[in-house]
Write a new protein. Structure first.
Lengths: 313, 313
DNA sequence: TTGTATGCGTTATCAA
DNA sequence: TTGATAACGCATACAA
């Protein structure tokens, strides 16, 4: 409880500690921080605390924070720019050691302003147009490619790509990878059917399933690549619920490989991202930026990996 | 950005605001808090940030915090007492307005100490022996009863109860409710088979499934009540994966009704808890304790509800 | 309407 | 080894 117990004689020390306990003394962190000038916390502003992918990333950050003797505070923006901004403002005012963020919009000016004023920021699972930030992401073009190559290997010649909104860079990248793999295989671009969703949730996955079922049989894809697992689980549920078999009538590939993907009753083929590693790396970058005077920004990109399961045979 | 923009003449005000922007002025929250004496944050120390049940509770807290113009910080104890203690210490030193917590051990002395020193604490989704805290929970005995009554209604006469460790009060309560319903129906206590697990995770659910499969056919239960949905999903996965049909060979009831329960390819019957409401109520209690001088501690108990789906026919 | 002085609780520095 | 003093940045109370 004392800062330097060794600087004080055992007697006094014991006496002081007794009185502290008696009086219920608790150090005032605001005063300490005001004097010392630095905080003992990191924050992760997350896009959707209910998505297991992000909580796994957070677990990785938490591990690294633990090692550095810092506490991690998780802030949920719930995909809303106003909430994200409010969190950023408070965190900046708190002078946290560093902010990790999966932003609603990675190119938003607010991020630059915070960074310019001196709070280290690392963007997680997104990339920016400019390379003026540390960034930790996964190669989404490759991920999209892996998914579609796998489906082509399995013999599918007409497939849906489910995801959106397409304003999200990640969705664009996965689409782009999918399209590249498709044309590389010499297939007709018209047979790669985009199915846009309003969000990446289970409910939107179900609704995509209904739209899919509404297509005429000869125009209906035999497989779907969903740009995340929540969509895939929703699609899976809707398909089975309406009597179609997976993968018989519809093969499904998801993305993220969250725990519930493997645990689905038709285990989901999915593109796995090293989410724990993503978090750990992001944390170490933000710590470097906050402590190392000649820190250089880096863009770290990890490689995704396809995990084949029953939903694609 | 100014505290009382109206107290200053428009000219000065405009000039000041320009300079603030120019210089990148950001208020120092530590200094502000030191002077004013109160913080603008709530914290929720959660047992398992990866369990969707808790993130839904957190969303409820977040809503209430938003309304009160406070920020919510989520801290993950990951079921480890040492991490929980570290978070509590820092939060107390930060003088947060209030702490919401789903503790590793609701009767741990550390909680009492923090509360006694003046930080409002509300215990979420757990109950305590003593009523010296605000507490928000769901009637777990009733929940266990609902689950088993449902299975008895469906004609099951030998069922497993899957959960653990049994040191968790909640697990005990749900067991107790299950047992009460069972004997009330005039059935033989020996036919209610406890299957203890080391944790409440998907992996443990799978392992319970293997143990179940290992039983001789005539001793094997025809249904299982799992004390949470993660266990139920694991059990479901293992059962289907090894060729048993659900609910044909094994009916399954889960607990919590997380989103993934309904989205499982065999949609899971589950005992629903009003998790959003749980969070909202907890937040309003902690706010009352922090602002209302004649606050009285309350123990709020919500009523669970059974949601029947395909996993029980 | 604007300016000035004080103290919040801590740590660091310097003197004893 | 111990004690005294100053400063961190802000909000408040009061004076101008």
């Amino acid at each position: 409880m004392l800062n330097r117990p060794d600087r004080v004689s055992p007697g006094t020390r014991e006496r002081v500690e007794r009185v502290m306990a008696e009086l219920g003394f608790v150090r005032n962190e605001s005063a300490r921080q005001l004097r010392v000038g630095k905080s003992r916390t990191l924050a992760y502003v997350v896009l959707d605390a209910g998505n297991p992918f992000f909580t796994d990333v957070a677990a990785g950050i938490d591990d690294a924070a633990d090692d550095a003797d810092l506490s991690l505070f998780l802030c949920n923006s719930a995909n809303r720019a106003d909430r994200e901004a409010a969190h950023l403002t408070l965190l900046e005012q708190q002078r946290v050691q560093g902010i990790l963020i999966t932003p609603v919009d990675p190119d938003a000016a607010a991020l630059d302003q915070v960074a310019r004023r001196g709070t280290p920021i690392v963007v997680v699972d997104r990339t920016r147009r400019l390379e003026d930030f540390c960034t930790v992401a996964v190669d989404d073009v490759l991920g999209g490619r892996l998914a579609v190559e796998h489906l082509v290997d399995r013999g599918h010649r007409r497939i849906a790509v489910v995801g959106g909104p397409t304003s999200i860079g990640q969705v664009q990248d996965r689409y782009a990878g999918a399209r590249a793999a498709w044309t590389d295989a010499g297939l007709d671009p018209d047979d790669l059917v985009p199915l846009e969703t309003d969000a990446m949730t289970v409910a939107e996955g179900r609704s995509a399933g209904e739209r899919l079922a509404g297509l005429a049989a000869r125009r209906r894809p035999t497989a779907a690549f969903c740009v995340n697992d929540l969509l895939a689980l929703g699609l899976l549920q809707q398909s089975i619920g309406s009597g179609r078999s997976v993968p018989g009538d519809l093969a499904i590939v998801g993305y993220d490989d969250i725990e519930f993907a493997a645990a689905a009753a038709v285990p989901l083929t999915s593109v796995r991202q090293p989410r724990h590693q993503l978090g750990r790396t992001a944390a170490s970058l933000v710590l470097d930026e906050s402590t190392n005077p000649d820190h250089r920004h880096q863009q770290v990109t990890f490689t995704p990996e396809l995990v084949a399961r029953a939903s694609t045979l």
